[in-house]
Design a protein around this ligand. Structure first.
Ligand code: SF4
Length: 338
């Protein structure tokens, strides 16, 4: 029945909705040229489509459409306390894209937005302008791939390349691009820079197979990271979120062993560790969308409107991961979210 349902759905991006104000924007023209068979629909405001009531998130996720829009202020946001700042005071994030082509069961995007369709904001220059203003007073640490996986979209979007180009002129800007992709072709087109960090999320085999639907395998990601290291990119490894599963110690033990067998630890910029955590409101919607998911239906602890594992389990998982990674990386390069 499931496969029948999938086959009855439209292929991804069968429809592209375009705000009338950005129809002629060069980024819009470029994106549309990549999808000549898609049906184009002109709209007034992306929220007319994206925020409609009674959308079916899981069904939409299987056949995502694209919405091309203009980002209105604010262009840049303060980083959330649920995310790691890696010792940077001026921690911000920017979202040039909302939603992701991958489908991780634990992803907060399912609880954050009413639609699974992908929104692309084409007016990058306005976002760059805001970053420039921030840089006038202080150095800035900016994450650009939180609400999506920018590298996975690089083939038709090219936004990673634009961020690399932008960052080149601002040595006081540090950009983090987080990804699970294994998009070697896109990597080929990027030029390594001191102030742009490619941050790969790595998960154990079990979590990848059961919960990270559509993502490249851990081994594919490692191959890609290896190439990126060889090319001279700044690389961060993110064991985040660490998910509590049966035999988690064995699973994550095998992962860490494999990672540092495949990659030269001395070339890695730093590593992050963090257990699953999420605002309570988001988890409520995620559970509604996916009532049978074992990992999101875990009886989490709520503190200050945030769900996470009970403190003793959280501490145990963090200490275990830290103990494993310390064998390969100096402690000052390991950042743990608590
Ligand atoms: S890759 Fe990241 S952004 Fe994409 S679905 Fe998975 S957790 Fe969400």
């Amino acid at each position: 029945m499931n496969s029948l349902c999938v086959n009855l759905l439209n292929p991804p991006f069968s429809h592209i909705y375009i705000e009338k104000g950005v129809v002629d924007h060069p980024n819009t023209v470029k994106i549309l040229s990549r999808f000549p068979k898609s049906t184009q629909v002109i709209i007034k405001h992306y929220k007319d489509i994206f925020n409609r009531s009674r959308q079916n998130y899981p069904v939409q996720k299987q056949s995502q459409n694209l919405i091309i829009a203009e980002k209105r202020p604010p262009f840049v946001y303060r980083g959330s306390p649920l995310c790691q700042n890696f010792g940077n005071d001026n921690f911000y994030y920017a979202n040039t894209v909302i939603n992701c082509v991958y489908n991780c069961e634990y992803c907060y995007l399912q609880g954050m937005y009413p639609s699974a369709n992908i929104v692309v904001f084409v007016n990058l220059d306005d976002i760059f302008g805001d970053v420039r203003k921030l840089l006038k007073s202080d150095p800035v640490y900016l994450c650009i791939s939180y609400d999506t996986d920018l590298l996975a979209l690089e083939g038709f979007l090219g936004f990673s390349e634009k961020w690399f180009e932008f960052a080149r002129f601002y040595p006081h800007l540090t950009v983090e691009l987080r990804t699970k992709s294994a998009n070697l072709n896109s990597l080929e087109k990027l030029t390594p820079q001191e102030n742009v960090i490619l941050a790969w999320t790595l998960s154990c085999e079990y979590v990848w197979e059961k919960y990270e639907h559509g993502t490249p395998s851990p081994m594919q990601r490692l191959n890609c990271i290896e190439k990126a290291l060889a090319k001279g990119f700044q690389i961060r490894l993110c064991f985040d979120p660490v998910i509590y599963i049966k035999d988690w110690e064995d699973e994550y033990g095998r992962l860490i062993e494999k990672v540092f067998r495949e990659l030269p630890a001395g070339k890695i910029k730093d590593v992050s560790i963090g257990g699953f955590r999420i605002p309570c409101d988001y988890l409520k919607d995620m559970r509604k969308n996916n009532p049978n998911s074992a990992i999101i239906n875990y009886p989490f602890n709520a503190v200050n409107d945030v769900y996470s594992y009970p403190p003793d389990l959280s501490d145990r998982m963090n200490s275990y991961m830290l103990g494993l990674i310390r064998k390969y990386m100096p402690e000052e390069k390991i950042f743990t979210w608590k």
